[in-house]
Write a protein that binds this ligand. Structure first.
Ligand code: 0FV
Ligand code: MN
Ligand code: MN
Ligand code: MN
Ligand code: MN
Length: 580
């Protein structure tokens, strides 16, 4: 199978301490930069200019009052969670909190409610029978929160041939909840696989029938939304935004919940805007785009990625680090894929590995700029952690950037050498070259709750869930971007490797790659990552990377060629408050 990367815990910054003494002026081995024949991908400029970003109001004159209100409402909701008695009510409340995007305020309470339910289920040997909707909600939330629960819980809804009983197809709410639960399946779980197929089939026919009869339009809207994408795969802030609007007209709507959700959404969004303004000043002041106009200039879209990984207020400084890193990832990726010559890329990869300003001198000027901006940005983020927590995380970040550059170099060598990798060769490299190891390393090393022991663990290998999530990101990316990449000249991506190896058409390959993605999701669900606060946080980052990748590439390449879809997402998550 796919190998994990071996890692030395502490890479010495200077391999040879006497180097400074034996310093000699560098010899430039490459062709002079102006003689290199360069390609360009003709990426469009950004639609979000700094002038516009700075003109956005990030001051809310009611911010103080709204914060006070949130504190008060939170207390009311906390009481609600603790007071609820019936199983159905408890679960529906937990589910609403989750979908309204405020569950993070009540982590402890929700855990304790679910723990109570779980304990009583153990006492009854999981022989719970009841409403399909309630049991499905129960199953999904137990799994999401790391409680062990077997798929056998659904056996009582099956006939003696092992199929779901046909009369269930009339229970739309039950079908919908079972459908959502089925996406929490682990590798090899057949009941849940049957559940997914059964519910998908009958929900689709419900939509077809109701197109003719036009009954209950809200239910229909919910079913279509779910069929488009299950909850487990959705980018959280976008789902929250959608659900808040739905919740407004829900029969069981509780005004306290709604008010909390809207205020909280807007407060968090105010923080996103402040972050964005700082980031836009940083990016504009670097003036990289003037010097390197061939790159993807996508600051705002990059911040949307960071928000997707960790939206909670306490992660504001991590988000800024992530957005800066993604700007540099996109810049470097374009150099390795399109702009740089192979000689230059070899030299650049060496320089990154050495992590030393003198290594930079051998590089052409445009690469010196790239090297230095990474050197400064990374050291800057690491400095904050060293100052605040006394932890030196530079070795971990260097490791990730070096591995990333090496994986990009491998692809460049393949491309320039006219080599077509096997699918396995490709994937072993491509889960790294998609660059999420940088996101993971930042998220891991810079979290408040990370312990020295966690860091030691990290120095041996990346957690398996990081590799699985990166794999989904890679495959989603290839589905959305490989057409343009191959046209402009690039190494074969997963789709082309698959077509060649299995001798199938592109549309078969695409479908099979979608099936592979589903398999990776199941493997992610199978990971037993532990239940500490830190472990749960890290698992969510992994799930969120897959969710965001699915979202950005849902309608093609929403990143390099952001159209109306991406613009709408930026507006509704980052810029437009919900009206009160
Ligand atoms: C990948 O671009 C991509 F979406 C980037 C670089 C931005 C977001 C990155 C992270 C959140 C880590 P592209 O399709 O050019 O990547 P490949 O690897 O296919 O060249
Ligand atoms: Mn690329
Ligand atoms: Mn690339
Ligand atoms: Mn944390
Ligand atoms: Mn790509």
């Amino acid at each position: 199978m796919l190998q994990r990367l071996a890692v030395s815990p502490c890479i010495p910054v200077h391999r040879n301490p006497t180097r400074a003494l034996s310093y000699r002026p560098p010899v430039c081995v490459q062709a002079p930069s102006h003689l290199v024949k360069r390609r360009s991908a003709n990426f469009k400029p950004t639609i979000w200019h700094d002038k516009f970003i700075q003109s956005i109001s990030s001051e809310d004159k009611h911010e103080g009052r709204n914060k006070e209100n949130v504190t008060k409402l939170k207390e009311e909701v906390r009481q609600m969670v603790l007071k609820e008695e019936l199983l159905r009510d408890k679960l529906e409340l937990v589910d609403a909190l989750q979908q309204l995007g405020v569950a993070y305020h009540f982590k402890e309470e929700i855990k304790s409610v679910l723990k109570g339910i779980h304990v009583s289920m153990i006492q009854m040997s999981f022989s719970t029978v009841g409403d399909l909707h309630v049991i499905s909600l129960l199953f999904r939330h137990l799994r999401l929160h790391g409680f062990s629960v077997s798929e056998d819980i659904f056996k009582s809804y099956m006939d003696n041939k092992g199929d779901f009983r046909i009369e269930l197809s009339l229970d739309i709410q039950g079908l919908l909840s079972l459908y959502e639960a089925s996406y929490l399946a682990k590798e090899g779980e057949e009941i849940l696989e049957k559940a997914r197929q059964f519910t998908t089939k009958y929900l689709k026919s419900y939509i077809e029938n109701s197109n003719r009869t036009c009954n209950n339009s809200r239910e229909k809207e919910h079913v279509s939304h779910a069929l488009e994408l299950p909850l487990h795969w959705r980018m959280e802030r976008l789902q929250t935004r959608w659900f808040i609007d739905e919740y407004k007209v829900e029969m069981k709507m509780r005004p306290v919940l709604l008010e909390l959700a809207v205020l909280d959404f807007n407060l968090i969004q105010t923080s996103f805007k402040k972050e964005l303004k700082d980031l836009s000043s940083w990016w504009t002041d670097l003036r990289l785009y003037e010097k390197l106009p061939f790159i993807r200039d996508r600051l705002v879209e990059n911040h949307l990625w960071s928000v997707a990984f960790t939206f909670e207020p306490k992660h504001a400084s991590l988000r800024k680090v992530q957005t800066k890193a993604i700007c540099l990832i996109a810049l470097f990726d374009d150099i390795y894929d399109v702009y740089g010559s192979l000689d230059e890329l070899e030299a650049f990869t060496d320089a990154i590995e050495q992590w030393d300003l003198s290594a930079m001198e051998k590089l052409p000027e445009y690469m010196q700029i790239c090297f230095m901006v990474l050197f400064n940005t990374l050291n800057d983020s690491a400095y904050d952690i060293l100052r605040q927590k006394g932890l030196n995380i530079i070795p971990y970040l260097r490791r990730a950037w070096t591995e990333l550059c090496k994986s990009w170099l491998a692809e460049a060598r393949w491309y320039h050498g006219g080599y077509s990798p096997t699918l396995q060769e490709y994937l072993e490299n491509a889960w790294v070259s998609i660059a999420s190891i940088i996101v993971f390393s930042n998220a891991y090393c810079m979290d408040d709750d990370v312990t020295a022991k966690d860091l030691e663990q990290f120095s041996f290998s990346y957690p398996e869930i990081a590799r699985l999530s990166s794999m989904t990101f890679r495959l989603y990316d290839d589905l959305g971007t490989s057409k343009a990449e191959i046209e402009r000249g690039d190494v074969d991506k997963s789709i082309q490797c698959y077509m060649r190896e299995k001798k199938v058409t592109e549309s078969v390959a695409r479908q099979d790659i979608r099936d592979m993605i589903l398999k990776y999701w199941k493997l992610m669900n199978s990971q037993n990552v532990g239940s500490s606060v830190f472990q749960e946080y890290f698992r969510n980052v992994a799930l969120n990377i897959s969710r965001m990748a699915q979202c950005i590439y849902q309608h093609g390449d929403g990143y390099a060629e952001p159209g109306q879809e991406t613009k709408d997402r930026v507006m509704s998550v980052l810029l437009e408050p919900i009206e009160i």
